[in-house]
Write a protein that binds this ligand. Structure first.
Ligand code: ATP
Ligand code: MG
Length: 130
């Protein structure tokens, strides 16, 4: 992140409830999402913003976690494929990262959403029950 002049901001609601999770899987999930954000920003510099707050989802008590980047964004056409195994737009990508993320989220009874605009950036929104 330093090399690519990426700033990281985080904003966590105080007194968030604890989540019962598989820590290694959750770490792997965040690593995949953050590396994707770094790749999307590239060498031009930018910002990655992390946010967490309590917010009900599907009428269930959840923690909402956002990973937002100011990178290249995802086209409408690509949005439907990014969670597919082996789908990549990178020369050396495996295309496995987001399929692993999706599997980990669903193993934790969570949900994942993506909002993106080409040239503006991307936000992945995770909902995890507590
Ligand atoms: N934050 C993001 N901004 C823009 N595009 C993204 C972002 N995250 C994912 N993508 C798109 O989704 C595709 C699939 O992502 P995924 O993490 O599954 O594979 P990858 O990053 O290409 O490969 P690997 O994870 O093995 O390095 C990426 O190639 C990229 O096109
Ligand atoms: Mg990836």
């Amino acid at each position: 992140m330093e090399k690519n002049r990426i700033t990281c901001q985080s904003e966590f609601e105080p007194d968030l409830p604890e989540l019962f999770v598989n820590k290694n899987q959750i770490m792997e999930m965040f690593l995949n999402l953050i590396i994707n954000a770094i790749d999307a920003i590239g060498s031009e510099g930018g910002t990655i913003r992390l946010r967490a707050l309590k917010q009900d989802h599907d009428n269930r008590p959840m923690i909402r976690i956002e990973i937002a980047d100011t990178g290249c964004g995802i086209s409408e056409k690509d949005k439907g494929s990014i969670f597919d195994r082996y789908y990549t737009t990178k020369e050396t990508g495996t295309g496995l990262g987001l399929s692993v993320v999706e599997r980990i989220i669903s193993a934790h009874s969570g949900k994942i959403e993506v909002q993106s605009r080409v040239g503006e950036g991307t936000t992945f929104i995770l909902h995890l029950p507590y």
